[in-house]
Design a protein around this ligand. Structure first.
Ligand code: MF3
Ligand code: CO
Ligand code: CO
Length: 274
């Protein structure tokens, strides 16, 4: 292995699905807790007039103050500490100097590395008063994530997760984005397995205790199709319809799932602002 290969090693998927033990679960609990604490702490900052660069800076400072590292920073050329995806941006929005506006909905996606382990979670925040359709999309997307998590147990498969999400989303007249998926994580940011948010019977992977991965469905009010802008990151809905996303990091237990990124403040679904 050359130095360059060694430096890039943490970026590479391992090609097999790790089954983690109690020490890994303890480390993920710690990383997940700090990640969720940051998503809690950022809540009062999300208001009209604030720029996504200010949110990014707040998250960077929080990470430094807690001896954590924001995984997106310098990840495959990404230049910020968090992703901020507003309105029709599906995911991977890049923080900039544009102020948030009343009525915007924004996903803030945080990944903190704590003692070498990744906590990865995102939530939707409402900027001031938002439209009824926007707040409904947010509620449906949150419920879709939680139904996906509820499908997790030994003996079930990744297909059961995807089906739970897709069936609920489409019954609520929302569409499921196909181009991005959840992922294994731990000491790697993006590892096996891929967690698809729609039915995929022929490529289902059986779930086993010790697996650690994210579930992070993206739902659109319009059609499911996305495109990536010229910056190489920002994914938007092709029809410019609103998009929402929630993400938790979880571990498969003997009986179900443990959520590592639950909000200590009970803000998993951030409240509407009035
Ligand atoms: N946090 C995102 C995820 O859920 C990945 C962001 S990669 C970045 O997998 F480079 F855009 F930050
Ligand atoms: Co993720
Ligand atoms: Co994320």
């Amino acid at each position: 292995m050359t130095f360059i290969e060694a430096a890039q090693a943490p970026l590479r998927k391992t090609g097999h699905i790790k089954l983690h033990g109690p020490e890994a679960f303890a480390a993920m609990r710690k990383a997940g807790h700090l990640t969720a604490t940051l998503l809690d702490a950022v809540t009062p900052l999300v208001r009209p007039g604030v720029t996504t660069n200010e949110i990014d800076q707040f998250c960077f400072d929080f990470a430094m103050a807690h001896k954590a590292y924001p995984a997106p920073l310098d990840y495959r050329g990404f230049r910020k500490s968090v992703c901020t995806s507003i309105n029709h941006v599906v995911c991977h929005g890049i923080p900039d100097d544009k102020p948030l506006r009343e009525g915007d909905v924004i996903n803030i996606d945080v990944t903190l590395i704590v003692e070498g382990w990744h906590g990865d979670s995102s939530r939707m925040y409402q900027v001031g008063a938002v439209s009824r359709r926007a707040s409904r999309l947010i509620e449906v997307t949150y419920e879709a994530l939680m139904r996906g998590i509820a499908a997790v147990k030994p003996g079930a498969t990744t297909h059961d997760i995807g089906t739970a999400i897709q069936v609920f989303a489409e019954a609520e007249r929302c569409s499921v984005v196909r181009e991005f998926c959840g992922h294994g994580l731990g000491q790697l940011f993006h590892d096996e397995p891929n967690i698809l948010h729609y039915s995929h019977k022929t490529s289902a992977i059986p779930l086993k205790p010790g697996m650690i991965f994210t579930i992070e469905p993206m739902l659109n009010l319009g059609r499911p199709h996305v495109k990536v802008l010229a910056d190489g990151w920002t994914a938007v809905t092709r029809d410019r319809s609103l998009s929402a996303q929630f993400e938790h990091s979880i571990g498969v237990t003997e009986t179900g799932a443990e959520i590592f990124t639950l909000s200590p403040a009970g803000l998993d679904l951030p409240p509407a602002q009035v």
